[in-house]
Design a binder for this molecule. Structure first.
Ligand code: HEM
Ligand code: MTE
Length: 469
């Protein structure tokens, strides 16, 4: 194998069609699978890896965990992955995004610069944990290049001299803590709200969400080390600054209330691992704060500085974005000082399989519907209801995968499925799903009355139309 040619990940990515030949990577190997596609026992799905790595899919489909599969793959080997490749090292000064990492081809971008992309929805329900390479990405700015050897995290209390400066090694020496948490963008499912009336924002489907295990140190431990007293009446917020910045030098920032950061049960961590690996560059390498139960926007990536303060972060994203408003508020009347910054997200669910417009085979008079449900603030999903007849009959879904943690520390989603009877001869149905959380909060029926100008908190019943065969 050593004498085979070396290819960059970029070169591999250019081979994603039959005409150009279909290449994939597995560990350090490059493979031409064009002629194997029609023989693949798993069918066309193999094309999801075209131009990229097969590894995240093999985490989802364990049938590949078999020497026989690797034998087939080795017969298709054409080269090796270039070592320097995982990051483009030469920056193009005219393009601040030129040093962004290579992404998996299955992540379909909603915007490229900055990079924003969601997971194909049906893959979300294959497994409780979302593989790192398929986890949705929400970046506002270019991905910073951080050298782990020289990285330092500053932690301070506003107006006080004493401050902590921690290297990555020093952070890793503090007691480790692992949690499983779902992270969701405030704009998840915005594309459905838009149908009521246009909004400003990326057109997210239902997959701007994912679940991972996160390992790091408790923020509480670091703040206690700094001498923060949680009963100090003056200190109310913990501000986070990212190392990503805009052309004027302003960094991404957000804050959370001090009580959450200091609470033993809050589980806020400074994470350095995602699903057992160093956090990938797109998700905040080397350190990101995980604020479980709280909107994605406060889970600041590439963390550079933490400030305990009387005030919330003054960043654009805390003050003038990620807030909810009345359906009658428009861009002429909106006053961002009048709404609180979103923290805990409301209960939500979505159908991930089948997808809108899909032809579904009725078997034994039934179809199977799968999806996720989640609620912010550490609430657990108590029930998911699904209807195929506009709510005349509701079927209670089976909660297939649910973490055993009790509320208010239930940070992860629930994967559910429902077997829905279909009267014979039915040609198409509209499926609706809604979830109920452990506070008995449930989803609103329609988007009309929760519409808001930024298209956030888009959690009405999920509805999809499918065809039956
Ligand atoms: C099944 C090979 C990529 C999805 C299989 C099986 C083989 C195979 C040999 C049958 C395993 C068994 O039953 O023992 C390969 C090779 C790949 C590849 C050599 C390298 C390019 C993928 C990708 C996906 C995928 C990228 C998904 C995105 C599946 C599924 C099955 C399967 C869903 C199960 C089919 C069933 O049991 O009905 N694959 N596969 N495979 N593969 Fe792949
Ligand atoms: N942190 C920094 N530094 N810069 C960002 O652009 N985006 C936020 C948050 N943290 C962001 C950030 C938003 S809006 C979301 S939804 C999540 O990161 C997305 O996390 P992910 O890309 O790991 O899925």
């Amino acid at each position: 194998k050593a004498d085979l040619p070396v290819y960059t990940l970029h070169e591999v990515s250019e081979h994603s069609t039959k005409e150009k030949r279909i290449w994939v990577t597995y560990k350090e190997g490059v493979y031409d699978i064009t002629d194997f596609v029609t023989e693949h026992p798993g069918g066309d799905q193999i094309l999801l890896a075209a131009g990229s790595s097969v590894e995240p899919f093999w985490l989802l489909y364990a049938v590949h965990n078999n020497p026989h599969v690797l034998q087939i793959l080795e017969t298709l080997r054409i080269g090796n992955v270039s070592k320097e490749d995982s990051q483009q090292l030469v920056a193009d000064m005219s393009d601040p995004y030129s040093t962004d990492p290579q992404r998996h081809a299955a992540l379909k971008p909603a915007s490229v610069k900055p990079f924003n992309a969601e997971t194909p929805p049906f893959l979300l329900v294959e497994q409780f944990i979302t593989p790192n390479e398929l986890f949705y990405v929400r970046n506002h700015l270019p991905v910073p290049q951080v050298d782990p050897e020289t990285y330092e995290l500053e932690v301070e209390v506003e107006g006080r001299k004493k401050c902590l400066v921690l290297t990555l090694d020093e952070i890793k020496k503090l007691p480790r803590h692992t949690i499983t948490a779902t992270i969701m963008c405030a704009g998840n499912r915005r594309s459905e709200m838009v149908k009521v009336k246009p909004v400003k924002g990326l057109n997210w489907g239902a997959a701007a969400v994912g679940t991972a295990t996160w390992t790091g140190v408790r923020l509480r431990d670091v703040l206690i080390k700094l001498g923060v007293d949680e009963d100090d009446k003056k200190l109310k917020h913990v501000q986070f600054e990212g190392l990503d910045f805009d052309p004027t030098g302003k960094t991404y920032g957000a804050s959370v209330p001090l009580w959450k950061a200091m609470s033993k049960r809050g589980d806020v961590i400074l994470a350095y691992e995602m699903n057992g690996e160093a956090i990938p560059r797109d998700h905040g390498f080397p350190i990101r704060v995980i604020v479980p139960g709280v909107v994605g926007a406060r889970n600041v990536k590439w963390l550079g500085r933490i400030v305990v303060s009387e005030n919330e972060s003054d960043s654009h994203w805390q003050q003038n974005d990620y807030k909810g408003f009345s359906p009658s508020t428009d861009w002429d009347t909106v006053d961002f000082t009048k709404s609180p910054a979103i923290q805990e997200l409301p209960v939500i669910s979505a159908i991930c399989k089948p997808s809108e417009g899909e032809k579904v085979k009725v078997e034994d008079g039934h179809i199977v519907v799968k999806g996720y449900a989640w609620s912010g603030g550490g609430q657990k999903i108590a029930r998911v209801d699904v209807t195929a007849d506009g709510g005349s009959t509701w079927f209670v879904a089976n909660l297939d995968h649910q973490d055993s943690a009790e509320p208010p520390q239930h940070w992860s989603w629930t994967l559910w499925s429902a077997r829905i009877p279909i009267p014979s001869g039915t040609k198409q149905v509209e499926l609706w799903a809604k979830a109920v959380d452990s506070c008995y909060n449930t989803q609103p029926e329609t988007f009309k009355n929760i519409w808001n100008l930024r298209g956030v908190l888009s959690n009405a019943y999920h509805r999809i139309k499918i065809k039956l065969v």
